[in-house]
Design a protein around this ligand. Sequence first.
Ligand code: UGA
Length: 435
Amino acid sequence: MRIAMIGSGYVGLVSGACLADFGHQVTCIDKDAQKISALRAGEIPIFEPGLDQLVVSNVQADRLSFSTELAEPVAAADVVFIAVGTPSRRGDGHADLSYVHAAAREIAQSIKGFTVIVTKSTVPVGTGDEVERIIREENPEADFAVVSNPEFLREGAAIEDFKHPDRIVIGIEDERAREVMTEVYRPLYLNQAPLLFTSRRTSELIKYAANAFLAMKITFINEMADLCENVNANVQDVARGIGLDKRIGPKFLNAGPGYGGSCFPKDTLALVKTAQDYGAPTRLIETTVAINDQRKRAMARKAVLAAGGDIRGKTIGVLGLTFKPNTDDMRDAPSIAIIQGLQDAGATVRAFDPEGMKHARGLINDVVYTSDPYDCAEGVDALVIVTEWNAFRALDFTRLKSIMKAPILIDLRNIYRQEEIARYGFSYTAVGRPG
Ligand code: UGA
């Protein structure tokens, strides 16, 4: 199949490279000329494990190419994916669809022969109808079907998720698209990954419902963690105790500083807005959003308390800035609000992150950015783990104790245990467990 991928950001690039790896002929398109020339030179603009090799090998095999112009690849394509950004619209929290609409307008000018247009971007219910209307308006002769095919990739594990999905959701209104989409995903289908065909609107909603449910699950365990702290119980055991029930499942029950990233915060908010607009408010999700917002500042207060209650003039070290490990993504990272809270309480902050420092520098001011965990801990009155990078899982506590002003560890990801840390003379604070 010939595939044109409009948008070479995170989703477009990962999906394009994986589809090329399946044997399809893929062109990834982006208006950003610098990005495209970097990609042509084999430079990957984002940090995603395995992506550089996948891109390079498929470029070498002549299955993957890059372009700033969509006319030619779209004219040649059997399938055109729209994978452009849908950020939160300033002011009202709705998804900003201007890039999707612009892409639809441009595609309309170039399609030739029957073409399946797929929205891969996360888009609110009804967007497929709009894309269809725009293309028909722009080019009344065009022969096309608009499909919804949301992605469920996790940053840091995106390639694995693409190649071994729990399911592939495809929303269609035109039966001709069923066969084409089955062909696109044939290698996965042959590997028994369920292809779930639904109506287009249902498919659009599935994406939001999945992210909202996961965000709610995390928020639930975060509230349980707070309760555990007050009743002297252990949230990790609670998570295990409920997660072994197959109806609940063990995943996404890790208590922490609140969810962040480019998806959950934006998608939960957009779902809340859509639901309000359609007169069916989703109060569980509204509450989830509010609790998660408050949680980040609450984590700063927790750190302040663990560091003695008054941190004016003190220095706090922060390990981990990205919203989760194995990414350089800083979007809506809990670290931003936590550091702000520590600074507001009067502390100087030193920080280290294996991949996130470049983006962090532009986002969080007045922080001393350091070169490794030990440089970060130099002279600090307390150390806070905010992101669970592997590099922080086996720290040398003897060394840390010798360089820190006070041996205080606040572990917001529960990666250590009280007994192992106490041995080194550290005071230890975790989330939702006594130690
Ligand atoms: C999320 C979904 O997991 C993907 O399925 C979806 O495709 C993607 O959004 C998207 O819509 O594009 P992602 O944002 O990459 O993926 O990251 P997650 O691994 O889901 O983590 C999100 C946040 O939840 C992180 O801040 C993480 O630390 C937090 N989290 C996750 C917890 O606090 N506890 C957990 O148990 C799991």
